[in-house]
Design a binder for this molecule. Structure first.
Ligand SMILES: [Fe+2]
Length: 487
């Protein structure tokens, strides 16, 4: 289905998910069909961009938009919704019509001198639009810069930059920290770029803001890694051959991601950090892969199993520029019709004795923004993954369905409704459940025809609809969120 813009140009209908949403609301008791399960009590907190137009200019990329927090509160079978922009410095400037900080793929218009000054003393973006986590007692909005922003989960008010109580050198990181449910550590990595670039993996003990280095690994060509894998004994960085020359980056004057280059001849390297002593092991495959998201990982019989939503190359990063996603712009000479590249759920088996890497595709149905029953199965053998997907038999302009994949059998179940576009499905287990998939998945879905969004509640066993609660406006396409159970 398509829609038509003011100039009469035909555009795909999912463009509604990339429209700025300037309206901040707090709506009680959303119109609901079906019956919300009695046991489902808590808040779905989500993060994502919601403003891409700044001072008459459009930001370049989906990932550049100004962060908005969303809260769906579910209590006694009723759902309320609220949204607030994160009051970052980036947002404050944007609201005044000015791009003052370097985003993922958009840079401020600076003089060469200011650019040089900024590059040697980086001013990181605080537009934390990717994910939400908890550090000590703070709810925190995260992106891939070291600046994280605390917010009030009830009012969604911005509280300020999280101050860590350590001396770790700030650097590029991920918005996908792992939480070890056994040790209660929050784990992530940080990249220090320079003549000698270094990955440092670190843990944050429960209740603490002190990041403790676990191990370090040098790299001549840092890889763009949006997430990583955690097992019982290892932290694994899957270094894709989408790499940057840090010294060139300092001088290039180009936006962050445009400094990365696809170099398939490098293959893919797995850097394993032993969590006990920080020692590192590297395994390699000549096959070049790219991914944003690890699904799950675990150890089995001396092997590491890593399930990853992979692409054959890094072209997807270019495909998520708004010029590609939203069709032609008047002065664009490099326009291509939007079509997502193929992606798939792939299992990598790392044999630590034989020092080999083997891989195979787990399922025909593709999977992105993957989630699992994290609380009981992260870093353990598991069976079910949930995500957003496409029809594997048709070229896809955008992700338009939800999928559940049985990673043992390769079978899948799909939820699909024409002209709707679901976001990341968050699994919530039923209290007392013993089956891995006994619970619900929650997804915020854009109804393109209605110009509004709804919270969809599906039975995680078969993706049948249990309920939906409609928001009186559109929720722009976001990234990640967490369900916080009521005490
Ligand atoms: Fe992500």
């Amino acid at each position: 289905m398509s829609t038509t813009d003011a100039d009469g140009t035909s555009l795909p209908d999912y463009v509604a998910g990339f429209a700025d949403q300037p309206t901040e609301v707090a709506v009680e008791d959303l119109a609901t069909t079906g019956a919300i399960p009695e046991w489902l009590e808590g808040d779905l907190l989500r993060n994502g961009p919601a403003m891409w137009r700044v001072g008459g200019r459009r930001l370049n990329h989906w990932f550049d938009g100004m962060a908005m927090l969303h809260r769906f509160s579910i209590h006694a079978g009723k759902v309320s919704y609220a949204n607030r922009f994160l009051r970052s410095k980036d947002y404050q400037a944007a609201k005044n019509g000015s791009i003052e900080f370097a985003e993922f793929a958009t840079d401020p218009c600076r003089s060469l001198f200011k650019r040089m000054t900024a590059n040697f003393s980086p001013v990181y973006s605080s537009n934390a639009n990717v994910n939400i986590t908890k550090v000590a007692d703070d709810f925190v909005a995260m992106t891939e810069t070291p600046i994280q922003i605390a917010f009030n989960p009830e009012t969604l008010d911005t509280l300020g930059v999280v101050e860590y109580e350590d001396s770790l050198t700030p650097g590029i990181t991920t918005a996908h920290p792992h939480y070890d449910v056994t040790t209660h550590e929050l784990i992530n990595y940080m990249l220090k770029m320079g003549r000698n670039s270094t990955y440092t993996v670190f843990g944050i003990p429960r209740g603490s803001k002190h990041r403790q280095a676990i191990g370090t690994a040098d790299t001549p060509r840092p890889s763009y890694m949006h997430s990583f894998a955690l097992t019982e004994n290892y932290i694994v960085l899957m270094e894709f051959p989408f790499v940057v020359n840090p010294l060139s980056m300092l001088l290039s004057g180009r936006p962050f991601i445009e400094n990365y280059r696809w170099k398939p001849e490098l293959g893919t390297t797995f850097t394993l950090f032993d969590r006990a002593d920080g020692s590192t092991t590297r395994l390699h495959t000549d096959e070049p892969w790219f991914a944003f998201h690890h699904v799950n990982a675990y150890e089995e019989s001396g092997q590491l199993i890593l399930d990853v939503s992979v692409y054959a190359d890094a072209e997807i990063v270019s495909d998520l520029f708004l010029n590609s996603l939203l069709g032609p712009v008047p002065d664009s000479s490099d326009y291509r019709p939007p079509q997502l590249p193929p992606f798939s759920l792939r299992r990598f088996t790392l044999d630590l004795q034989a020092n080999t890497v083997q891989s195979h595709q787990l399922c025909e149905q593709p999977l992105e923004l993957p989630r699992i029953n994290y609380g009981s199965h992260n870093a353990r053998a598991y069976r079910f993954a949930y995500g957003i997907s496409v029809d594997p038999t048709e070229p896809a302009a955008f992700l338009d369905r939800l999928a559940k994949i049985d990673v043992e059998s390769g079978e899948s179940i799909v939820w699909y409704e024409p002209n709707t576009y679901p976001g990341e499905p968050v699994f919530v287990s039923r209290p007392g459940a013993s089956d891995e998939d006994d619970g619900v998945v929650l997804s915020v879905v854009l109804d393109a025809a209605a110009g509004s969004s709804f919270l969809l509640v599906l039975d995680a066993r078969d993706l049948s609809e249990i309920a939906r609660a409609t928001v009186p406006q559109a929720v722009p396409f976001g990234f990640h969120g967490q369900f916080i159970r009521s005490d």
